[in-house]
Design a binder for this molecule. Structure first.
Ligand code: 3DD
Length: 417
């Protein structure tokens, strides 16, 4: 069993982080208990490409406990927690991940996970699936199915499916309500603020906080920035999203206008070139810029570099750019997703449901994947309600249930005023 991590001596620290996460992921732990007994994943070989965090380690342990053979790589060059990777390696996991890898090393790690000839793939951003399809089509044709964790990846895979290019069925875990409506909103909301605070330790109260994109992630970030006393400004290209931002109390303007007044900028659009040269030309001295989208294309780093006289890392994950006119601009996490590259990603409690969805999606594929069409599939809606009810129960919260008479009423169209 091969593996490559930064430093195995970090394993003990990683083990403690994973235990902390396990104590706050009761839904996934309950699935582990149930399916370890049944060895539900017996015969499955799962290649995963997803941020190596303490929460991901809980998912990896759960898949292995349920009988799966697992090989893992990180889905972002800057998001791996090296001590967590060491802890997984120390317990015989085939893992290839370390913080600060270059592009060549990133794809080398993905290739290493494919050596076990997976029957299932688990992606966050579709880099693994794309590699199997572009570099190993024969292997792809043997794969039973895959799952995709994030919005950007699902968009990419739906486009591939539309072109008839998908060689095996994929379940869009991101599109489960118990994923996107919690992870994307409350997870991204808290973890992005966490990344900004760890990288800058600036006072947020009173700052003009510009959020590019008012989708699920952007809304969550705006909500938490407001809570910290920021003056939130939203930029958007979709009228309905912009209108929602206005009605939820945010100022809305173009990025050309926001660039002149913002103190802190975060991009959450999934689109490229959101902050570009003409914006850097008008930023206030001391402005902080960062991204929380999956890829690092939202801030045009090349156009920032071309305007810089010099740059230096002034704090971990915080580069001070001195522009040619003397203004200073601070780029966090090299423009990569700040919540995972400058902090630890979303809290365990919210990843509990995202990864319960991953586990159940992989189980569905392991059992029924051969019979599914090579396109993008959604998880059953009723699973969301079951997961949410289970999550509430782990929080000691019970809710009302409709009586038989009320259920009858709900379907009785003759009942008028
Ligand atoms: N993502 C955020 N926090 C994470 C964590 N603690 N562990 C693993 C992955 C984590 C990324 C997810 O939000 C994923 O759902 C996404 O990229 O959308």
């Amino acid at each position: 069993m091969s593996q490559k991590v930064k430093d195995l001596k970090l394993a003990e620290s990683g083990r403690l982080k994973i235990e902390w996460a396990e104590s706050r992921m009761p839904v996934l732990m309950a699935l582990r208990e149930e399916h370890a007994k049944k060895q539900s994943f017996k015969g499955a070989r799962i290649a995963g490409c997803l941020h190596v965090t303490k929460e991901t380690a809980v998912l990896v342990r759960t898949l292995r406990a349920a009988g799966a053979e697992v090989a893992w790589s990180g889905c972002n060059p800057l998001s791996t927690q090296d001590d967590v990777a060491a802890a997984l390696a120390a317990e015989e996991t085939s893992i290839f991940a370390w913080h600060g890898m270059n592009t060549e090393e990133f794809y080398w790690c993905i290739e290493k996970t494919l050596e076990m000839k997976p029957t299932l793939t688990l992606d966050d951003g579709a880099d693994l699936i794309f590699t199997t399809h572009s570099k190993h089509p024969d292997l792809a044709r043997q794969i039973t199915g895959g799952t995709e964790e994030t919005t950007t990846g699902v968009h990419r895979l739906r486009a591939m499916a539309k072109d008839g290019k998908l060689l095996y069925p994929v379940i869009a875990v991101n599109d489960a309500e118990t994923k996107w409506d919690f992870d994307n909103v409350y997870g991204t909301g808290q973890s992005s603020i966490d990344g900004i605070v760890r990288a800058t330790s600036v006072l947020l109260a009173g700052k003009n906080f510009v959020v590019a994109g008012y989708g699920h992630c952007g809304r969550g970030v705006a909500m938490r920035a407001k809570g910290m006393g920021c003056n939130v400004i939203i930029t958007e290209v979709t009228p309905t999203a912009a209108l929602r931002a206005v009605l939820e109390g945010c100022r809305v303007m173009t990025m050309d206008e926001a660039a002149k007044v913002g103190d802190i900028f975060i991009t959450a659009t999934g689109m490229k070139d959101i902050l570009v040269g003409r914006h850097f030309d008008v930023l206030k001295n001391g402005a902080v810029i960062c991204n929380t989208g999956h890829y690092d294309c939202e801030i045009n780093i090349g156009e920032l570099d071309s305007r810089a006289r010099s740059k230096r890392e002034i704090r971990p994950a915080n580069e001070e750019y001195t522009l040619k006119d003397g203004r200073k601009v601070y780029l966090l996490a090299k423009g990569r997703l700040v919540n995972l590259a400058a902090a630890e990603g979303h809290p365990s409690e919210v990843m509990d449901m995202s990864f319960a969805n991953q586990f159940l999606a992989l189980l569905k594929l392991h059992r029924e994947g051969k019979g599914l069409a090579p396109t993008v599939h959604d998880l059953p809606k009723e699973q969301d309600q079951e997961l949410a009810r289970l999550k509430l129960r782990t929080m000691g919260i019970d809710i009302d249930r409709l009586t038989a008479d009320q259920i009858k009423y709900a379907t009785d169209y003759s009942a008028g005023t």
